[in-house]
Design a protein. Sequence first.
Length: 235
Amino acid sequence: MAFATSESQLQGPPLSHQHQQHGVEYTPLDSGKLSIEEENKLESFFSFLKQRRDNAPSALGLQSKMPDSKVRELAVSLLDGTVFEITKELEEIQQLNERSLLNRRMRTVNSNKMQKMQMTKQHKQELASHKHRPHHLPVLQAQHKKEMAELEQKLADEMRSVDQKIILELDQIVTEQQSTMQQAAVPFFTAVTNNPSDIQTQMHVLESIQKLVTSTSQENTSSSSSSSCTHTSIV
């Protein structure tokens, strides 16, 4: 999941004790009532997130932006797995949107190439038809040069317009992601923002959550394989 500086802001609905977002029900977890297993998971999550923060480039300034107390809050918010589900769904939605935007841009790029090829072909045909009038060729070539320059300017303007619309749509995706995470009460997503520094921190948090999902999944797979091998040896 990637963030880009948002050009617009959207205020999400106020937080409530129980939140339904993207088909996932979220109820804040009381960190004061954890089982031993949850305590161990919390410490594992906290250690992972803290290490990610400490290993981040110093230019991001995450040491000051992400104090241990807030990192622990983030770890607590991940315990019941709901935020993992929300993050996964947001990533899937973003990938679909980005593919759609990329396809739209490529259609414009290919259309522009085709128009230039067609004009080049037309110019060659016109030059061939005037071979018997060599004195007229300089005038025709000058006309062709002007036509091609005008076409290239037109196509460049169209491409710029498409790119600007894509940027606005990417900004809107960022806003929706921020709003969703804010409503899920995830630390570091207290408000929708277009502040580059805040967005860098949010990007780091999202990437850390995704890597934690992968790490946890791999550990579970390894644990399952180990149990399977032990069972086989006993039999």
